[in-house]
Design a protein around this ligand. Structure first.
Ligand SMILES: *[C@@H]1O[C@H](CO)[C@@H](O)[C@H](O)[C@H]1NC(C)=O
Ligand SMILES: [Ca+2]
Ligand SMILES: [Ca+2]
Length: 315
């Protein structure tokens, strides 16, 4: 076997391993972490930079001189101060952090936008979305590839209507983002729960029983013994998921399972940033207070000088 064959086998074997029936399917949506760096301000502010700017944007600051960093930070402060009263509150900071963390979602919507906005009016109507996504099906409503397009389209339309807050069947960018990434929006949580329940609820009685719950994450392969994690999941269902112990998960119980109310990292970080930079201790930040502590909020060549030296040594 030469190297190329070996690598091909390796990737095929990996793909096979990933799709083996004992692999657990995860339905739970957790809030992602603000940064993959360690939060230790005694060493550096890398975590804070990632939290405040998003990891991608944080990197771009590391190339700037301290003066350039401060200037860009000043412009950002104007954006964070949503009510334009000259002060940045903990709440405004928290909203900003949440927004910065979702940049990858906005990028993803941006990348798909042109494809659906046929008439290029900056809005995407349900007709546009349906024509682009289901055009081939609508032309030939009886394709033989075994896919239930009708069902998918009905489901998409229901979700589109839910995302479309003002009910004109035309999505703004924000509404279209909620359509594509419903788990990020509070007002879309019910439809996320509903869609998930429909997927799992095989006997369509509107509830998830133990076998449906297990069946969604594990398919029996012949007469093999159930893996240990499946037994654990059965216990989880009986002890924690089915809170009222009627043997089934209803809407509320399913919501608690797939959309747990996580610890709010953005709120904790906002509180931390205010605490560390609020010089006169009035509970809110002026632009001066923020720019004075610029190295806490954003990087620059100066703050990364030590790291740059280390990196240099490696090459
Ligand atoms: C969608 O397709 C139908 C049928 O081809 C057409 O009549 C309609 O104008 C299209 N709508 C949009 C918004 O492109
Ligand atoms: Ca609309
Ligand atoms: Ca059921």
């Amino acid at each position: 076997m030469d190297l190329r064959q070996f690598l091909m086998c390796l990737s095929l074997c990996t793909a096979f391993a990933l799709s083996k029936p004992t692999e657990k399917k995860d339905r739970v949506h957790h809030e992602p972490q603000l940064s993959d760096k360690v939060h230790n301000d005694a060493q550096n502010f890398d975590y804070d930079h990632d939290a405040f700017l998003g990891a991608e944007e944080a990197k771009s600051f590391d190339q700037l001189t301290p003066e350039e960093s401060k200037e860009r930070l000043g412009m950002i402060v104007d954006k964070i101060d949503a009510d334009k009263d000259g002060f940045v509150t903990e709440g405004e900071l928290k909203s900003w952090i949440k927004h910065a963390q979702k940049k990858y979602i906005y990028d993803n919507v941006e990348n798909q936008w042109q494809e659906f906005d046929m008439n290029q009016d900056g809005l995407i109507s349900w007709d546009e979305y349906r024509n682009v996504t289901y055009g081939t099906y609508l032309d030939d409503p009886d394709p033989d590839d075994g896919f239930n397009y009708k069902q998918m389209m009905v489901r998409d339309e229901r979700r589109f209507k839910m995302a479309d807050k003002d009910g004109d069947l035309i999505a703004t960018k924000e509404e279209f983002t909620a359509f594509l990434h419903p788990e990020e929006y509070d007002y879309m949580k019910d439809i996320v729960v509903q869609e998930t329940m429909e997927d799992i609820d095989k006997n369509a009685d509107g509830l998830i029983d133990l076998e449906e719950y297990i069946g969604d994450m594990y398919s029996h392969d012949g007469n093999a013994d159930e893996p240990e994690w499946v037994k654990t999941e059965r216990e989880q269902f009986l002890e924690f998921r089915d809170k009222n112990r009627d043997g089934k998960m209803d809407k509320e119980e399913t919501k608690d399972w797939i959309l747990p109310s996580d610890y709010d990292h953005a709120e904790a970080e906002a509180r931390h940033l205010v605490y560390e930079s609020d010089q006169n201790k009035d509970g809110k930040l002026t632009k001066e207070e923020i720019v004075d502590k610029y190295d806490l909020f954003v990087g620059s060549q100066a703050t990364d000088f030590g790291e740059a030296l280390v990196r240099h040594d490696e090459f």
